[in-house]
Design a protein around this ligand. Structure first.
Ligand code: ATP
Ligand code: MG
Length: 327
């Protein structure tokens, strides 16, 4: 059975972009592949944070993931810092990663431009990510579109390391491939940028309906629809894309017609979306509340996950060290 690996940063609450772009795929894949899903706290410390917040967010992320459908009995769910082999392999990969490739990463340029002082950690983030994936010799990585470039870098790292310490005929590290969902890039409700924990433009997976509606109601739609009677173009509207993710196909078709003929105003359209979002999110919220009632169960699941992950990680590191003369 081939392996999948993916991670999510505990840098804030799990939002609809994460859910639609990645986590729904994790849930689907956990039955098909041997799956490793990781709460990547070493990535989340790259930007300034408070230690207590990190503790809380790491736990909230675990609750959200299990509530969204990750089953710790089927997938290995664990916290990155509990498996020190991640950082050990990252150092090794730093030595084979071309600096120019790191400087070219769009996410580095974006995030660096929003910060006064840029740490080496921000630049090296994709190297740690390559280590996260390759430690488990994972071939498939379910992620959102924003991670495709980083994954390309993981492939370069694998290739470079293989060139030095394996052979072309028998490479040691696979070159991992991205698995994308139909909603691979969810925009923030301001319509300005992708929904991101660090941008404060998110709708949380576990947010209460009132709070969700308060964000949805003023959300940006097709700018051509100034008056209710102005017809719109569904494809350019963020709300239409959310309909595609949450509403049944017949409703999506209806939305397209009612928008392009101005039969519905944007608020009508948002009300229908809200109803279908609630149908999917209410059971998730309920499960999250149940999971929080038995914290020891979650702790046990994460401890078992870390032990299982470390077993695989140690095997990889032993092979890597032997091949590199570090044994
Ligand atoms: P940060 O702003 O701290 O980078 P983030 O919201 O981008 O947080 P990550 O933890 O970096 O979340 O990413 C977790 C997963 O969610 C990744 O697979 C990423 O590709 C995916 N993802 C993040 N934002 C979106 C989005 N807006 N649409 C689709 N997928 C997304
Ligand atoms: Mg991100």
């Amino acid at each position: 059975m081939s392996r999948v690996f993916s991670g999510i940063q505990p840098s804030g609450e799990l939002h609809l972009g994460n859910y639609l772009g990645a986590i729904k795929n994790w849930v689907r894949l956990q039955g098909e592949y041997e799956s490793f899903f990781c709460i990547v706290d070493y990535h989340a410390i790259i930007t300034a944070y408070a230690p207590d917040d990190l503790r809380r967010r790491r736990r909230d992320m675990a609750v959200s993931l299990v509530a969204a459908g990750i089953d710790p009995a089927r997938a290995t769910l664990f916290v990155q810092s509990r498996v020190p082999e991640h950082t050990e392999l990252a150092w090794i990969f730093n030595t084979v990663t071309p600096l120019g490739e790191l400087e070219r990463q769009t996410q580095f340029k974006d995030k660096a431009s929003r910060q006064e002082s840029v740490s080496a950690g921000l630049l090296n983030y994709p190297v740690l990510q390559a280590a996260d994936i390759l430690l488990y010799l994972a071939e498939h990585v379910p992620v959102g579109e924003d991670q495709v470039q980083h994954l390309e870098l993981s492939r370069v790292v694998a290739r470079r390391w293989n060139a030095a310490f394996a052979t072309e005929e028998a490479p040691y590290f696979p070159e991992p491939k991205a698995l994308l969902t139909p909603t691979r890039r969810v925009m923030g409700l301001d319509g300005q940028a992708k929904m991101s924990k660090s941008m404060g433009n998110t709708v949380g997976l576990l947010e209460e309906p009132d709070a969700i509606w308060a964000k949805l109601r003023p959300a940006v739609t097709d700018p051509a629809r100034i008056r209710k009677t102005d017809p719109g173009t569904p494809e350019v509207c963020n709300i239409y894309h959310l309909h595609k993710a949450f509403s049944p196909p017949a409703v999506v078709d209806e939305v397209a017609v009612k928008c392009s003929t101005a039969a519905w105003g944007c608020i009508d359209c948002k009300k229908v979306l809200f109803e279908h979002m609630n149908a999917e999110l209410t059971p998730i919220r309920r499960r999250a509340a149940e999971i929080r009632e038995t914290p020891a169960l979650l702790d046990d699941a994460l401890a078992r996950g870390a032990a299982r992950a470390q077993e695989v990680a140690r095997g990889t590191m032993a092979e890597v060290k032997t091949r590199m003369g570090l044994d």
